[in-house]
Design a protein around this ligand. Sequence first.
Ligand code: 173
Length: 322
Amino acid sequence: MGSLRKAALAALAAVLLAPVAAGAQEITLRVVSAFAENTQYVKNLEGFIKNLNSEGKGSLQLNFIGGPKAMPPFEVGNAVRTGVVDIGMTTGAFYTNIMPEADALKLAQVSAPEQRRNGAYELINRIWNEKANMVYLGRVIDFTPFHLYLTKKIDKPDLTGLKIRITPVYRDFFQALGATVMQTAPGEVYTALERGVVDGYGWPINGIFDANWNEKTKYRVDPGFYNAEVSLIMNLDAWKKLSQAQRDLLMRHVVAHEAANESWKKINDDDTRRQAQSGIQVISFDAATSKQYLDRAYSVGWEAIIKASPQYGPQLRKLISK
Ligand code: 173
């Protein structure tokens, strides 16, 4: 065999063998967050990434690209779906444009570890794979109700004449209570309050201090409703490219991070206290009215999901409701 031909064969062999060799190489995944860089949500994410990266040297690394400064929050889902980024930390309400089922996770009454055990995660992954080209990795906020915050007082659950900032999380419920609604990204809430464009907003019990909304908030309506959901989602093609060892490493860290969601209970207690200290007054209703308020929230919430997804809505309801 001539030396030229030998060299050509060697080059061909190198090309053919390359994918095998690459399988054993370190992979770096790009991560974005729909929530702002200074929030507890992102602090937790950074802790998760740090832990994973220290164990994943030579195998798997996560590279945090940033939050809303890097990418508009309502685009994170699409960026994960198309593979512009590999992993997103976001909430289902921010990618209902991809599939309506995404917003159902707010209605969960069983914890994420329980959903892992009872088959909910299998169903969620079937839907997320099929409709959004995503793997649903795990939930990073749990045990956290949403509330209605107001600049004007109400004495019953009637929002007629009030304009309320929403995302899809709150749309159907607040409209059912008579509100006029306006969707904004979290980054626009402060300005909307300041300009009097809205009379209130929906948000979880935690986090209103991150962008100083407390300055513009007079009342919080109790009880809280639903279960604020923020999760890690991953591009399905990127997932398929990982070796079994890399998937195992990633999932071990996700499951551990998810198990640490208990920490939200203390954060929520602390934020509740801080709201009182900063002068935010609680509006509450008598027991019967509170029950009606909550029942309404769930019935309206599930009705919207099931109407938009007659196929999967009822199955989801069975697995994530109490
Ligand atoms: O922006 C929002 O109010 C919202 O939908 C949400 C969802 C989960 C956590 C925090 C906010």
